[in-house]
Design a protein around this ligand. Structure first.
Ligand SMILES: *[C@@H]1O[C@H](CO)[C@@H](O)[C@H](O)[C@H]1NC(C)=O
Ligand SMILES: *[C@@H]1O[C@H](CO)[C@@H](O)[C@H](O)[C@H]1NC(C)=O
Length: 373
């Protein structure tokens, strides 16, 4: 009986989803010509400095993300090489001791994850003197992956500005069953420990991320710090683009207003709340320091470079996080791209902020060099 009830519900859900998708596509198709006309005059755009392309793409992105969040579309992660061929690597769980404390969970266990090297694979034992960047893609913990189709722009931009090999990895997404916290952080530890196991010197590792990926990069730094750097060594720096540090706030219905008041930010509130609802496990509050990093500062040896879009919802959150971390005695730099929207490192080539992303990361590369000397 429960079986039948379940399949009926699933069928109803599927029909509902198909109807929603069709409705969403039709609605977007109706709106598209209106946007195409509406944004022709410069002063009607979300910001008068925006190009036509930036204005239209912002609306398309919002519509796509809004409908994806209503449907709660699942992204399945492949462990096959695919089009990236030899650039693809499978990373098995590393030393069990690395997954201690907050990473210990009866139901969620470390697993094999996939990653893409860019532009070429690191050769173990090659004593490569260049930097290595570990890239954490964004997507509110529920969408996206580290593959080149999604993260290729970030990988290429980082590789160029840091004269680095980039490892862009795919962590488990909380849109899938049993992939709530600490699944993604376990995967971050796996990828970081994998680099060390390959012989990469931690003093040449830079973490880089977008949005929810920054949250993970920050919590990885916290995990390293909470273990006094004895379990895993500190990387040299973290480049954080539009960090999502307050997951707790996304669960507050009042935070929806932030989204409605920000026409120049394409992130819909239902994407953030979907991410927050599924990421937070039952045994931790959303305000836990490992879920919402802005709830408690910590000391890290890594220098933090924080890039924010002047017109994005997360700008103020990012600034206060930076101030809090600086007050704790950390080395922190804030870079604001005045007219940019969210996560230009990850999706700048889609949203039309590719030049701004390249400029920002170039500056980050110079800053990390200054920090080293
Ligand atoms: C952005 O870059 C990615 C990765 O290189 C690529 O797959 C995608 O087609 C690019 N998008 C645009 C609009 O240029
Ligand atoms: C880290 O150092 C602190 C202070 O010395 C100590 O209380 C804590 O137990 C240490 N933690 C680990 C995991 O070594």
């Amino acid at each position: 009986m429960p079986q039948i009830a379940k399949s009926a519900a699933t069928r109803r859900e599927r029909v509902g989803n198909a109807a929603w998708t069709a409705g969403g596509i039709i609605l977007t198709l109706i709106k598209l010509p209106l946007w195409l006309l509406y944004f022709i005059p410069q002063q009607l755009r979300q910001h008068p400095k925006w190009s036509y392309r930036q204005a239209v793409t912002n609306e398309l992105m919002r519509a796509f993300l809004y409908h994806s969040s209503v449907l709660q579309m699942r992204t399945s992660l492949s462990l096959e090489p695919g089009v990236e061929k030899e650039l693809f690597v499978r990373m098995p769980p590393q030393d069990p001791r690395f997954y201690s404390g907050v990473l210990t969970d009866g139901a969620v266990q470390p697993c094999v994850i996939g990653g893409i090297w860019f532009p070429t694979v690191y050769q173990p034992g090659s004593h490569d003197e260049r930097n290595t960047v570990l890239y954490f893609h964004g997507g509110a913990f529920v969408i996206g992956d580290g593959r080149l189709a999604v993260s290729g722009f970030a990988a290429a931009t980082l590789a160029k500005s840091f004269d680095a090999k980039v490892l862009s990895f795919s962590y488990r997404l909380s849109s899938n069953p049993n992939c709530q916290f600490p699944a993604a952080l376990q995967d971050a530890v796996t990828a970081y420990a994998y680099l060390l196991d390959q012989g990469v010197d931690a003093r040449r590792i830079i973490l880089a991320g977008d949005s929810a990926g920054c949250n993970l990069a920050i919590t990885l730094l916290r995990y390293i710090a909470d273990n006094n750097g004895t379990l895993l060594p500190h990387p040299v720096a973290a480049v954080l683009c539009s960090p999502w540090v307050d997951v707790f706030l996304a669960l507050d219905p009042g935070s929806q207003q932030r989204h409605e008041k920000s026409p120049a930010d394409y992130v819909p509130s239902n994407l953030q709340s979907w991410g927050a609802r599924t990421y937070v496990p039952s045994h931790l509050p959303a305000s836990d320091k490992y879920i919402s990093p802005n709830r408690q500062p910590f000391r890290t040896k890594a220098a933090l470079w924080i890039c924010l879009g002047g017109l994005e919802i997360l700008r103020d959150e990012g600034i206060s996080f930076a101030e809090m971390m600086r007050a704790e005695g950390n080395r922190v730099e804030v870079y604001i791209e005045p007219y940019a929207n969210h996560a230009i490192l990850g999706v700048g080539n889609i949203t039309g902020f590719d030049k701004e992303a390249e400029k920002a990361v170039k500056r980050a590369g110079e800053w990390v060099l200054e920090c080293r000397s």
